[in-house]
Design a protein around this ligand. Structure first.
Ligand code: BES
Ligand code: ZN
Ligand code: ZN
Length: 504
């Protein structure tokens, strides 16, 4: 898809369709809409008067433009974006997604999006492009019939009177971020058979070579040497060896970066979670192919970081393994020794995410990480607590948690903090080892985080549980069902914010 910015009037754009934002309860007889109404032969006033469109978020109205003196485009899509006072980047992203999805369905090939937002041109242009690229993601990779063949070939972001250079920086940033999100979603959607830990390591190598990142992949022999008994206990039952993928971005000298602080992202990359000997029930087990979303998010974020080139170093760790039952599998009751020396009684082999993250977090620390955000499809309990609206965030450093929440808010991704008081750690005390890997029925998301906290000592650490938000069960006007790419944009934004703070 060709992407460009335009600073001119929408009337003159050489595209088939215009997608224009409309605010809630906006009137057609003043300002922007008055002019649009005049240029389109009165269709805007007509549809508003008929109360077919109120400007509520997600509403749309579609027109063929027949007049002689109107815009060059022959189609118009009005998209409700809600109250003008509450119009934020998040709404721009969704508006752009809705625009491209509904126009593609009509066979339109070239689209201009008119977001009508005030504020920072670069970020508005970026949000619009991110939304459009994310909107075009589909689940039909493996379909051979009834596949979506229609394509949008040209996308214009129209910001009349804005600075040209700022728009083009924004559209480029938007492309990088949108593609990173879809890369992550694409991995999350891959069947377990076609994306093993070894495959994930290969994808990571591709990124490293293509975009210029340092890469190291620990195989099981090296994990053995590092004493990663916790991580290795998960892959034991599988024919697929575990891989610990390490990607590193280091800024060029010239950006004036200082070292000492190192931000790391650590992701859970279970390429398929059967539960192991504590086997999961069959219903919906196929979805456990997306149990590597945390790891895929780390890869997507690092791909974007390599192109955005922030002024701070970033470490990305994806801990990849397959959780299978077999004659070699870890059994409930087994005791394993983590890299830090802590012993863990494995009560339930289905609580495997925390076992691999324990060693991955410890290894990030060994590599010099001082600030760690881990992310994982860790507990079914998070869906009970927060549904598919908020991801959970917990941590041992309030400033770190606040920073992630704020970075998320700016891009429209929601994180809700759960408490992590010391009392919860009592639930993971073991009778025979230092800790056990499950904490009973109560507060499942919190006790999982309490387990990870044991391995984040000395770090500023935040944990994101994305089990309820990484996979959408339903289609929305602005996005397909399936993998959502949650947290990719938040973490990229977190890095950009830290980079700006460093340069100030
Ligand atoms: N991968 C699952 C969590 C999950 C559930 C992710 C649903 C996405 C959707 C995780 O490994 C798991 O099985 N957790 C157990 C923990 C329990 C045994 C303490 C769970 O949540 O039931
Ligand atoms: Zn599990
Ligand atoms: Zn799992």
């Amino acid at each position: 898809m060709q992407i460009e910015g335009s600073t001119g009037h929408y009337r003159d754009l050489e595209v088939q369709a215009l997608a224009i934002a409309i605010f809630k309860d906006e009137k057609a007889d003043e300002g922007f809409l008055k002019e649009l109404d005049e240029l389109t032969g009165g269709v805007v006033k007509s549809v508003l008067d008929a109360e077919e469109l109120s400007g509520k978020e997600g509403e749309t109205a579609y027109f063929h433009l027949l007049g002689e003196n109107g815009p060059k485009a022959t189609r118009l899509l009005l998209i409700g974006v809600g109250n003008r006072e509450e119009y934020r980047p998040a709404q721009i992203t969704q508006m752009a997604g809705t625009a491209v999805r509904s126009l593609r369905a009509k066979g339109i090939k070239s689209v201009a999006i008119v977001p009508r937002a005030d504020g920072d041109t670069e970020s508005i242009a970026s949000m619009a492009v991110e939304g459009a690229i994310m909107g075009l993601f589909d689940l039909d990779k493996y379909r051979t019939v009834d596949k979506e063949k229609r394509k949008i070939e040209k996308l214009v972001i129209a910001l009349a009177g804005a600075d040209e250079a700022a728009i083009s920086r924004g559209t480029e940033r938007g492309r990088v971020i949108g593609e990173a999100v879809n890369f992550t979603r694409d991995l999350a959607n891959e069947p377990g058979a076609w994306l093993t830990p070894t495959d994930m390591a290969e994808r990571a190598r591709d990124i490293a070579n293509k975009f210029g990142l340092n890469i190291d992949v620990l195989d099981e022999a090296r994990m053995e040497q590092e004493g990663m008994g916790s991580l290795l206990s998960v892959s034991h039952g599988s024919d697929q060896p575990a891989k610990l993928i390490i990607l590193k971005y280091t800024p060029a000298e010239a950006t004036g970066a200082v070292d000492g602080e190192l931000l790391a992202f650590v992701g859970k990359g279970i390429t398929f979670d059967t539960g192991g000997i504590s086997l999961k029930p069959g219903e919906n087990m196929e979805l456990m192919k997306y149990d590597m979303t945390g790891g895929a998010t780390v890869l997507g974020v690092m791909q974007a970081i390599a192109q955005i080139k922030p002024a701070i170093s970033v470490l990305g760790v994806a801990a990849c393994a397959e959780n299978m039952p077999s004659g070699k599998a870890t059994k409930p009751g087994d005791v394993v020794r983590a890299m830090t020396g802590k012993t863990i009684e494995v009560i339930n082999t289905d609580a495997e995410g925390r076992l691999i993250l324990a060693d991955a977090i410890a290894y990030a620390k060994k590599l010099g990480a001082t600030r760690v955000v881990d992310l994982a499809t860790l507990t079914g309990a998070v869906s009970i607590a927060l549904g598919d609206v908020h991801a959970a965030i917990l941590g041992n450093d309030q400033a770190m948690v606040d920073e992630v929440v704020a970075a998320g808010k700016e891009v429209g991704e929601k994180f809700w903090q759960l408490p992590l008081d010391a009392e919860y750690s009592k639930q993971i005390k073991s009778d025979i080892a230092d800790i056990k890997n499950v904490g009973g029925r109560k507060a499942g998301t919190i006790t999982a985080a309490a387990f990870l906290k044991e391995f984040a000592e000395g770090l500023a650490w935040a944990h994101l549980d994305i089990a309820g938000t990484a996979w959408a069960d339903d289609v929305k006007p602005h996005r397909s069902k399936g993998p959502t790419g949650i947290a990719v944009r938040t973490l990229i934004n977190l890095v950009e914010r830290a980079s700006r703070a460093r340069l100030e």
